[in-house]
Design a protein around this ligand. Structure first.
Ligand SMILES: NC(=O)C1=CN([C@@H]2O[C@H](COP(=O)(O)OP(=O)(O)OC[C@H]3O[C@@H](n4cnc5c(N)ncnc54)[C@H](OP(=O)(O)O)[C@@H]3O)[C@@H](O)[C@H]2O)C=CC1
Ligand SMILES: O=C(O)[C@@H]1CCC=N1
Length: 284
């Protein structure tokens, strides 16, 4: 289904680039089928053109009538303006995908022409290497065919989870923001490795391999993480000492709080937007 489809990204930041890289790399879509635009940074468009062979165009030069999918990838604070500006460019065949945190399908539907097909999507930056955990949740008017089309596209960037929209906030806390928690953990592990006399490069490789191995054990052994943790932990051994330090320092609680706080922030963004308080979202 994707072979002939034309895609426009509105927004050319880190998330758009990660998706573009994954999509182009999948080979299922030719770079010539992808257009990207942004607000004003033309150097950035040149960079994406050069790296991925896609087209970078000024917003006013996008041939909307030739586009099939339009992917919103700007910040939530810019959503309302962009949706309003799109109103006169769209027809009923356009499928709108939004990757914006906290922007509900009803918010999009209310700002777009009546009956517009929209899908709320939450990818993460591992899209760049085809390893995103991506959620999707279609709006009221989206056809099954278009839901299938969007899923096919999103499968180019990793695994896709079809969830209900009320699960989007917690999904965002887990997977949209999730890579950052692991990078944070890895930054701290790196520090400790270097303090323990390993060089930075070796430490980084050791940590990445350890994280990759742990993730693959969960995916390939279908085992409960608690059981896998116990398998590592000898009574009174090194792991017990490490886990004890984690627990004494609030490690478990901190991790759960990170996920829940991110989910709460996603809900807050939605509610500020619903109340017409985009101004509260200055930097988001
Ligand atoms: N980063 C992540 O890990 C994830 C991000 N998201 C969501 O993706 C969205 C983008 O995030 P991210 O890529 O990090 O943000 P960035 O700040 O990196 O990029 C934002 C982009 O939006 C562009 N933009 C601003 N206004 C407009 C407009 N009116 N029309 C077209 N483009 C516009 C900016 O252009 P210019 O530079 O010219 O101002 C810039 O290219 C957010 O809504 C976020 O919630 C979702 C999942 C994960
Ligand atoms: O930090 C954010 O708001 C975005 C959404 C998920 C990941 N990054």
């Amino acid at each position: 289904m994707l072979k002939t489809k034309k895609i426009a990204f509105l927004g050319a930041g880190s998330m758009a680039e990660a998706m573009i890289a994954g999509i182009v790399d999948s080979g299922l879509i030719s770079p010539s089928q992808v257009i990207v635009t942004n607000k004003s940074n033309s150097q950035r468009l040149d960079e994406l053109k050069r790296k991925y062979g896609i087209k970078g165009l000024h917003r006013n030069d996008i041939p909307f009538d030739e586009m099939d999918l339009i992917i919103l990838a700007m910040k939530p604070k810019d959503a309302e303006n962009v949706l309003t500006s799109l109103k006169h460019e769209l027809n009923q065949d356009h499928l709108i995908l939004s990757v914006l945190a906290g922007i509900s399908t009803s918010f999009m539907e209310n700002h777009l022409p009546s009956g517009q097909q929209v899908i709320r999507v939450m990818p993460n930056t591992s899209s760049m290497i085809g390893e995103s955990a991506t959620a999707m949740s279609p709006g009221t008017h989206t056809t099954q065919n278009n839901t299938k089309l969007a899923k096919e596209l999103l499968e180019c960037i990793g695994k896709v989870f079809m969830i209900t929209e009320d699960q989007m906030d917690i999904f965002t806390g887990l997977a949209g923001s999730g890579p950052a928690y692991f990078y944070y953990l890895m930054e701290h592990m790196e520090q400790a490795g270097v303090e323990g006399s390993l060089d930075m490069e070796t430490t980084r490789e050791i940590i990445a391999q350890t994280v990759l191995g742990a993730a693959r054990m969960i995916m390939e052994q279908y085992e409960d993480p608690g059981v896998l943790r116990e398998n590592v932990t000898s009574p009174n051994g090194t792991t017990a000492a490490g886990l004890d330090a984690l627990s004494r320092n609030g490690g478990g609680k901190a991790i759960a709080a990170a996920v829940l706080s991110a989910a709460k922030r996603s809900r807050e963004i939605s509610s500020d937007l619903e109340k017409g308080q985009s101004s509260k979202l200055q930097t988001v």
